[in-house]
Design a protein around this ligand. Structure first.
Ligand code: ARG
Ligand code: ZN
Length: 469
């Protein structure tokens, strides 16, 4: 096993698209207008300046979607319940492609226009700060994925029997109007209607399903806060398996028949993996779990969709451990900026090393050593993981492997007892919320009573191969 195993299988050398940088978005600023302000078109993340929006905070998404797997047409109604964080004369949602036919705010028709990936909504009345409002967007069309800077497809990705629906980092906007930045987490309800014989799988708990007139509707609910990139509505011909674990977690697995044989022995390990991770990281953060194992050979990656990771083919055990670990690191404790991506990928990768170490395989130290022998010219050392830069770098080897190495060095510096106390305190203290690298560093120092900024600075922010520890 050559870590990290979780990178997109096919790394394509992508021609870097020039991202139009909206200065207002970069600054998280708002343009003043008469008698109020317009919400910013971005959430202020320099990696994805137009992802997310300013001026409001979504509490809940209610997505009612119909998908025709033959024509690939999507019909959607999205109802967003949000709170104005400032006085708003207008605000943006992210939506890429698709046709919007109507927008209402609190049941009153609102005017709207499209501007690239922004859906700009002007409500009839100004929204006062602190006010909760409801936006309804009716839309339809043929959703298409976006191509990320690393060349991967992201968003609604059609397959031969439905769609593989992933969203990291920016694909949510390809299938619903969204405040598409992980800073804004919300609860979700999904009502998904697909041709009879297909299954539509989203996050959380299945509330019910019924078939009428040749179509089946699935109702899913995710009550715990979720970042938009972790939402899914994956559709296919799936074999479904349901059970409840000893810890009371409701498992729902959906597996493409073509992957079933290879997937079965790995999926059987899911309860044990979750139990092992709960022992290490604290209680599993959700009520539901499971997997969607699709047959989507063009995708090239798996995603830790909340409660129910999404695999483009039968995963190996390392991948299952990795995506499961993300349920704590990434899903429950979420980034506030994409530059902190190592808090997701470094942790999930280190979980693989720990799993191997504690299940009769090689020690994390040996995994570290094997990576450390790579020469200074190796891609592993091409850039430090703490602020990798936008473009193709956020899912690169340094983020996964050197990010995990940083954790291993931290472990060596503070000792096992404090290291595992730090991991657990991180997962439990920020459960359901957010965390930054600076907060993690402070927690590590507080827990261990050691000065760690030198070590973290070397491993996270210093270019080049660090000197032998
Ligand atoms: N977070 C995913 C993982 O578990 C990788 C997602 C890659 N996404 C992409 N658009 N390349 O490692
Ligand atoms: Zn990952």
């Amino acid at each position: 096993m050559t870590p990290p195993s979780r990178q997109p299988a096919r790394r394509r050398t992508a021609v870097l698209a020039t991202v139009p940088v909206a200065v207002a978005a970069l600054l998280g600023a708002t343009a003043p207008t008469a008698g109020g302000t317009a919400g910013a078109p971005g959430a202020g993340d320099p990696y994805f300046p137009l992802s997310g929006n300013g001026g409001y905070d979504v509490r809940h998404y209610d997505l009612t979607l119909g998908y025709d797997t033959g024509s690939r047409r999507l019909d959607g109604t999205a109802v967003l319940t949000a709170r104005a964080t400032r006085e708003l004369t207008r605000f943006d949602l992210d939506l890429k492609g698709l046709t919007v036919t109507a927008v209402t705010v609190d049941r009153t028709g609102a005017s709207f226009r499209r501007d690239g990936q922004e859906l700009v909504v002007t409500p009839r009345h100004i929204l006062r700060t602190g006010r909760t409002f409801r936006v309804t967007v009716a839309y339809h069309g043929t959703p298409k994925p976006v191509t990320d800077p690393d060349g991967s497809a992201d968003g609604w990705i059609p397959t031969d029997d439905g769609a593989f629906v992933a969203g990291e980092p920016q694909g949510a906007m390809t299938w619903f109007p969204v405040n598409g930045h992980p800073k804004d987490k919300a609860a979700y309800d999904f009502t998904l209607t697909v041709p009879k014989g297909r299954t539509a799988v989203a996050n959380g708990v299945l509330l019910g399903q019924h078939t009428a007139h040749g179509r089946t509707t699935f109702r899913w609910r995710q009550t715990r806060p979720m970042a938009a990139y972790l939402a899914t509505a994956t559709i296919g011909r799936f074999r479904v398996e349901r059970y409840t674990t000893r810890d009371g977690i409701q498992v729902y697995n959906a597996v493409d028949a073509r992957e079933a044989r290879a997937a079965a022995p790995v999926l059987k390990q899911l309860p044990a993996v979750l139990a092992w991770e709960s022992k290490l990281f604290g209680p599993y953060p959700f009520r539901a779990a499971g997997a969607v194992v699709d047959h989507a050979p063009d995708v090239g990656y798996a995603l830790e969709t909340q409660t129910r990771p999404l695999y483009d083919s039968a995963p190996d055990l390392d991948t299952l451990v990795h995506e499961s670990a993300h349920q704590w690191f990434g899903d429950s404790v979420t980034l506030t900026a994409w530059k902190d991506i190592w808090l997701n990928e470094g942790f999930a990768t280190y979980a693989e090393w720990l799993y191997t170490e504690q299940h009769g395989g090689r020690s994390a130290q040996r995994t570290f050593d094997a990576l450390y022998t790579r020469p200074a010219s190796d891609g592993l050392w091409a850039y430090p993981p703490g602020d990798p830069g936008s473009g193709a770098r956020i899912f690169g080897t340094p983020v996964y492997a050197r990010g995990a190495m940083a954790l291993h060095e931290l472990r060596r510096a503070v000792g096992d007892r404090d290291f595992f106390r730090i991991l657990r305190a991180w997962a439990t203290g920020h459960r359901g919320g957010h965390g930054t690298t600076a907060q993690f560093a402070r927690l590590a120092e507080k827990t261990s009573g050691k000065q760690l900024d030198g070590l973290l600075h070397t491993w996270l922010y210093t270019p080049g191969k660090p000197d032998r520890p």
